[in-house]
Design a binder for this molecule. Structure first.
Ligand code: NAP
Length: 452
């Protein structure tokens, strides 16, 4: 069996194995595709390690698309023109760096019918993906490309230096066809764009729920592409949608670049019709049914017990948000509270963002997760919220107050929490589940509610 894989630093939310599995099934190839998380200090050894393991080809992602270059034997002309690598091909015992991101982005534009010829386009970020997109846009005949970066002066210097090895870049800079702006310039100039592209990680992972630009910038755009594919709709896309601007996410690009990488490894042409079919299939698989389920409610309302039972019934994973906060922060909940409730809530918001990107996961939330509207927004956008509503008397009989910082002070604290939060739970949740009677009965009620 031939082995392939993805090299990056944090890969737990990658969809690449799923895409490559479909490819192997479709073409009847005996292959497997793994995830190789490596630390920057080990990058130099990577090509040798891949050869030792018998890996036939690999993809490269954040943050190694440029950093890997010094350790490769040579670059393909495409990777040379881009200055970044997303595909490693083993050829005659040597590692060749190639790049299929430009192909993936061109395929995305074509699929969504976005024309950029002779148009003004704005591209956010100057990393590996951005460099491939620049080449794709130049090849598509873009009129004016505005590259927006957090460090305009430094990026300009780097681009001018790189121009000696990239003839297309030297020409584009000389003709002012490629301009480098800061975000301040972008926000103040209010320039209209045919297309705005996000090639930064703002909107995914720990930056989920954030947008790289304000609505003032978007107002002048005719279309928005976010190269992020998880979450399916980023904050930037939601902003654009609310302004009536058409949007596209990064899933099509992801599929197209992956199949083009397979084309390089298997020495065959990527079939655009099959890319379309696979894209549709992945979109269907992304259906609302896989989105995480968040259980909210007062401490002691049964969220963890019911959450575990629900996860088992669905064949999903279970996460306790407080445990996740402890792992994330490396501290206990009482210790976090000792630094002030806001400090704990910041960690909780971070956990909320990360867990919202899971698929097929039931999350038992902390009782106060609804106190921040941004947490509710993330959970509503990315998942479904169920309110587990248990009578206060039943909670009082069971609860272990020693482990609940907010209930330690006095016996009436629970009543006050209920008064403060009831309306918030009701407003946030798609459904209220009364937790009365046996666990089996409540679980059946939840499963029936979810089926609708
Ligand atoms: P990268 O090489 O790390 O570059 C990302 C760039 O984004 C950085 O160079 C930086 O540019 C900017 N950036 C980083 N952190 C930022 C922050 N906190 N705020 C504002 N800007 C920030 O990563 P990459 O491989 O290019 O990936 C970038 C994005 O493209 C990711 O979201 C990734 O998921 C997506 N992508 C999608 C596909 C696909 O197939 N759909 C393929 C590749 C990449 P400046 O320093 O110039 O501001």
């Amino acid at each position: 069996m031939k082995q392939y894989g993805l090299i990056g630093r944090r890969l737990d939310h990658s969809r690449s194995p799923e895409i490559h599995r479909h490819f192997f099934d479709h073409y009847g190839i005996e292959g497997c595709y793994g995830l190789f998380e490596i630390e920057p200090t080990n990058l130099a050894e990577l090509p040798h390690a891949l050869a030792l393991l018998g890996v036939a080809g690999a993809n490269v992602t954040i943050p190694y698309k440029e950093a890997i270059i010094p350790f490769l034997d040579r670059l393909s002309p495409t990777a040379q023109a881009i200055g970044a690598v997303n595909t490693l091909v083993c050829s005659g015992g040597k590692w060749v760096g190639d790049n299929t991101d430009a192909y993936g982005f061109s395929a995305l534009l074509k699929h969504h019918g976005i024309e950029v010829e002779a148009q003004r386009v704005c591209l956010l970020g100057s990393g590996g993906a951005s460099k491939a997109i620049e080449v794709a846009l130049m090849e598509a005949g873009v009129g004016e490309l505005i590259l927006v970066t957090r460090q305009a002066e430094e990026t300009r210097r780097k681009y001018e230096a790189a121009a000696s090895e990239k003839p297309w870049l030297a020409q584009a800079l000389a003709q002012d066809r490629l301009q480098i702006w800061s975000y301040e310039t972008l926000e103040t100039r209010k320039t209209p764009f045919r297309l705005l592209i996000n090639a930064t990680p703002v909107g995914m992972g720990s930056l989920s729920g954030q947008s790289p630009v304000g609505e003032g910038v978007l107002a002048g755009c005719e279309a928005v592409v976010d190269t992020i594919y998880n979450p399916r709709e980023t904050r930037l896309m939601a902003q654009a949608r609310s302004l009536g601007i058409p949007t596209a996410g990064g899933l099509y690009m992801l599929v197209a670049q992956a199949i083009a990488s397979q084309g390089l490894w298997q020495a065959m042409e990527a079939d655009p019709r099959w890319i379309d079919q696979l894209h549709q299939r992945l979109l269907r698989g992304d259906s609302a049914k896989d989105r995480p389920i968040f259980l909210i409610g007062l401490p002691g309302s049964g969220k963890s017990t019911l959450g575990k039972a629900l996860a088992q019934a669905l064949g999903w994973s279970f996460e306790d948000m407080d445990n996740y906060v402890e792992q994330l922060s490396g501290s206990t909940i009482p210790a976090l509270f000792e630094q002030g409730e806001a400090y704990f809530r910041d960690w909780e918001s971070q956990a909320c963002l990360e867990l919202a990107q899971r698929r097929k996961t039931v999350v038992a939330c902390g009782g106060g997760v609804v106190l921040r509207q941004k947490n509710v927004q993330v959970m509503v956008d990315q998942g479904r919220i169920l309110w587990i509503d248990r009578p206060l008397e039943a909670i009082r009989q069971d609860i272990d107050r020693s482990t609940r910082p907010l209930l330690q002070k006095d016996s009436e604290a629970l009543t006050r929490l209920d008064q403060e939060r009831r309306a918030l739970y009701a407003e946030a949740a798609a459904m209220r589940i009364p937790n009365e009677g046996t666990q089996g009965r409540v679980l059946t009620e939840i499963l029936e509610a979810l089926a609708h």
